[in-house]
Design a protein around this ligand. Sequence first.
Ligand SMILES: NC(=O)C1=CN([C@@H]2O[C@H](COP(=O)(O)OP(=O)(O)OC[C@H]3O[C@@H](n4cnc5c(N)ncnc54)[C@H](O)[C@@H]3O)[C@@H](O)[C@H]2O)C=CC1
Ligand SMILES: O=C(O)[C@@H]1CCC=N1
Length: 258
Amino acid sequence: MVHVSVIGCGNMGSALIRGLSRTGNHTITACDVDEEVLDEVEPYCETTTTDLAEAAEATVVFVVVKPDLTAGIVDDLDLSAEQTLVSIAAGVSTDALEPRTDATVVRVMPNLAAATGDMAAAVAGDEITDEVAELLDDAGVFVEIDEAQMHTSTAVNGSGPAFVFYLIKAMMDAGVESGLNPDEAKVLAAQTFKGAAETVIQSEESIDQLIDDVCSPKGTTIEGMKVLRESTADEAVAEAVFAAERRSEELAGEGDDE
Ligand SMILES: NC(=O)C1=CN([C@@H]2O[C@H](COP(=O)(O)OP(=O)(O)OC[C@H]3O[C@@H](n4cnc5c(N)ncnc54)[C@H](O)[C@@H]3O)[C@@H](O)[C@H]2O)C=CC1
Ligand SMILES: O=C(O)[C@@H]1CCC=N1
């Protein structure tokens, strides 16, 4: 059981709170300046507060505010060496935060699927504390990466859900255009993405082999795959990832436009 606080309970903070509350394993303090946001997460927390000092009492403190507000919050927290500070802000490095706190600093790039316990997260830092590992395990799956790769992780798994939502909608819209009603199309498209993702995770086959497994000779899939292979769909996905990656570099002050 970990005493954890989440400072900033907007889109990402509330997803983390919901995910961490699912196990019932943790004592959660939610902190935000916005009382309405706190009302939304109140059912998933032991404590809600607008007082930063109360959030600073937790063993692990997640700072989940916009990147440009993160350093200022860390300054105000005044954490001790026994505590862990987790920053999830795009483009904010551990080097920028470590001089501002005595706590162990861990950088995490999570995603919105934390809410359902399906988060894909990347984590970097000199010391990934046991408490942080336990929390990330409870909200989904995490991998440890070098911090230099954080811009790529920000694009792939941080921004990634939006790219996947877009693709699900494209498949759903095609189903509707061909006659499915929107509710049916949404279930069929979304569950197909979920099932395909689970198959990739659980199967020992390569993704190319899995594609072949769906393509019956002279069947339907092979016709659709011909269209995809002759298109630039893979390039468009790659360009979306690279654009998000560039923006993360810019936010870190490493790009052209800070
Ligand atoms: N939205 C996403 O899918 C992801 C976001 N992130 C990172 O998470 C961070 C937050 O992003 P979102 O949740 O999307 O933003 P958001 O705008 O939805 O939420 C930010 C929250 O912080 C609160 N806040 C602002 N100042 C505060 C203060 N002084 N004390 C306490 N709370 C304060 C706001 O009231 C708001 O509820 C960003 O740094 C972003 O890079 C990382 C991965 C995914
Ligand atoms: O769009 C953003 O900047 C944040 C970081 C990754 C996902 N959302």
